[in-house]
Design a protein around this ligand. Structure first.
Ligand code: C2E
Ligand code: MG
Ligand code: MG
Ligand code: MG
Length: 284
């Protein structure tokens, strides 16, 4: 009877798994269609100097302007294509869109460095550097050095030598790299040593309770010294309050990003935010 029950359970699991797979296949199709219909959009979140509030760049964050479900965050659709070639197609769209946006901003007189999140399996494509070169060719007026790639899930990097070659080829074009969500389970000191990384992005989970949690404070202080030792820049994510800003400055973090400074916003709104901010500076 136990065996029978086991068998049934297996059958049940199987049916659920199949339904799950079907659901995912449908989502993959929907995403492919959405790409063709141009329903994806990049929002931009400022990265600022916490002392002067100067905007030093923006992070591009993908959104899906869904015709019926409204604006969808990446967590609602990226997981479905994580291991699918469509994830790479969408990743290329994001980079291309960032170049297009830079070119437009350049015409308005901004030279805003753009950071793009890049999935490990996209970076691991053997022709990644060539793909990037192809995009650069489409935008001869855009300096590739405006592009920073934020690497996610370094734990998923398999062929370190291959990735190293790719990153060095990109770095030779002027592209820089940061380790995203640094300090979480998905990053490792090993990569710091081996890969041409310029910046550590401290995960927001360490910043949130920095005023009350001595462990988080210790981690941030330790990472700051580690960054100094490796001659890396740092930036703190999840800066939500003035208290966060003051504490971060006190322990040696000059750059930050978070809702307390500005939320991710559409390009047009960013242009308004940026102009208002610089005007405030000019007035002192
Ligand atoms: P991430 O790269 O670590 O981006 C930071 C996330 O934190 C963003 O969520 C941002 O909206 C949110 N955030 C910013 N400031 C604050 C704050 O002060 N407090 C809190 N609680 N959250 C804040 P979002 O846009 O939903 O993106 C989530 C993740 O999806 C990103 O995390 C990144 O890993 C991934 N992602 C976003 N866009 C892309 C993309 O174009 N390609 C790929 N491969 N991944 C992307
Ligand atoms: Mg990021
Ligand atoms: Mg992050
Ligand atoms: Mg994150």
């Amino acid at each position: 009877a136990a065996k029978q029950a086991g068998k049934n359970r297996y059958a049940l699991f199987d049916a659920a798994a199949e339904q799950h797979t079907r659901g995912q296949l449908k989502q993959v199709d929907d995403i492919r269609l959405a790409l063709a219909r141009n329903e994806f959009v990049l929002f931009y979140q400022p990265k600022v100097n916490l002392m002067t509030y100067d905007c030093v760049g923006v992070e591009a964050l993908i959104r899906w302007q869904h015709p019926t479900k409204g604006l969808l965050a990446p967590a609602a659709f990226l997981p479905a294509i994580e291991h699918h070639e469509l994830g790479i197609t969408l990743g290329q769209w994001v980079i291309t869109e960032a170049f297009r946006q830079y070119e437009l901003w350049q015409q308005l007189g901004f030279n805003m460095a753009i950071s793009v999140n890049i999935a490990a399996n996209h970076l691991q494509q053997s022709d990644f550097a060539m793909q990037l070169q192809e995009i650069c060719r489409q935008f001869p007026n855009v300096p590739p050095s405006m592009l920073e790639l934020e690497i996610l899930e370094t734990s998923a990097l398999q062929d370190i030598t291959g990735v190293l070659n790719t990153m060095e080829a990109c770095a030779a074009m002027g592209v820089t790299f940061s380790l995203d969500d640094f300090g979480t389970g998905y990053s490792s000191l090993f990569y710091l040593k081996r890969l041409p990384i310029s910046t550590l992005k401290l995960d927001q989970s360490f910043v949130r309770d920095i005023l009350t949690d001595a462990d988080d404070l210790a981690i941030l202080q330790g990472v700051s010294r580690l960054a100094d030792a490796f001659a890396l820049s740092t930036i703190a994510e999840g800066v939500e309050t003035t208290e966060h800003i003051n504490k971060l400055l006190e322990i040696g973090y000059l750059y930050g990003q978070g809702y307390g400074i500005a939320r991710p916003m559409p390009a047009a709104q960013f242009a308004v935010w940026f102009s208002t901010l610089s005007q405030r500076f000019i007035k002192g």
